[in-house]
Design a binder for this molecule. Structure first.
Ligand SMILES: [Cu+2]
Length: 218
């Protein structure tokens, strides 16, 4: 029975070793979890300013013109009175605004065929530079809109993103940046009320949103 005392303490010793091992594993595990939490926190905080990370979050506009979106959806509900908010008055002098959120303030321009000439004034109501958020006003026939808009990117900023010597371009202004304004005056003698025309901004990528109908009315 004297062995039982030793056997008992050997058992206790083994249990003690096992407990120690478990304790070490648990502490290591906790250390790793804690370390990863700190690593995560650091990467989340610093990556906010990393030039290649969270780009979407940083270019997200600080606010969105909810009212205009509401008007747009209301207009699509075939409500003629709200649709008029997007349509400029029939005039030989047209004023249109572009902003930092890729928007023109109107979707339709109407000019009388009787106008000796038409002047379109584009105002950039934003603050961003021409190289980043520049806008212009370009007119083409509806049919030529896509081909001209596509060719425009290749023309480069030095040509105001307007294809040089391209007679599909019926009128165009230079590219302007925030706070600037520019006008173009042109004859509409060659235009017809029977044809559809599109005005748009030819800054690369903008034409998808920044476009509208240009209507000549008899
Ligand atoms: Cu633009």
């Amino acid at each position: 029975m004297s062995d039982s005392g030793i056997g008992f303490s050997v058992k206790r010793f083994v249990i003690f070793i096992v407990l120690c091992a478990i304790a070490i594993l648990v502490f290591e595990g906790m250390g790793e979890v804690g370390g990863n939490m700190i690593k995560d926190q650091v990467s989340r905080t610093t990556s906010k300013f990393h030039p290649e990370k969270n780009v979407e979050d940083r270019i997200k506009p600080a606010f969105v013109l909810e009212d205009k979106v509401a008007v747009a959806s209301a207009a699509s509900d075939s409500d003629a009175s709200t649709a008029d908010l997007w349509t400029a008055e029939d005039s030989c002098e047209q004023v249109i605004e572009g902003n930092d959120m890729l928007q023109f303030n109107i979707k339709e321009m109407k000019v009388s065929a009787a106008c000796a000439s038409v002047t379109v004034t584009l105002k950039h109501t934003g603050v961003m530079a021409a190289e980043i958020m520049g806008h212009n006003w370009v007119l083409s026939s509806d049919a030529n809109f896509m081909p001209v808009a596509t060719a425009a990117a290749g023309a480069g900023l030095e040509n105001n993103y307007v294809p040089v010597g391209d007679d599909r371009v019926l009128a165009s202004t230079a590219i302007i940046g925030g706070g600037q304004e520019i006008s173009v005056t042109f004859s509409i003698q060659g235009l017809s009320a029977a044809n559809a025309y599109t005005f748009f901004c030819s800054f690369p990528g903008h034409y998808a949103i920044m476009k509208g109908a240009f209507k000549v009315i008899d």
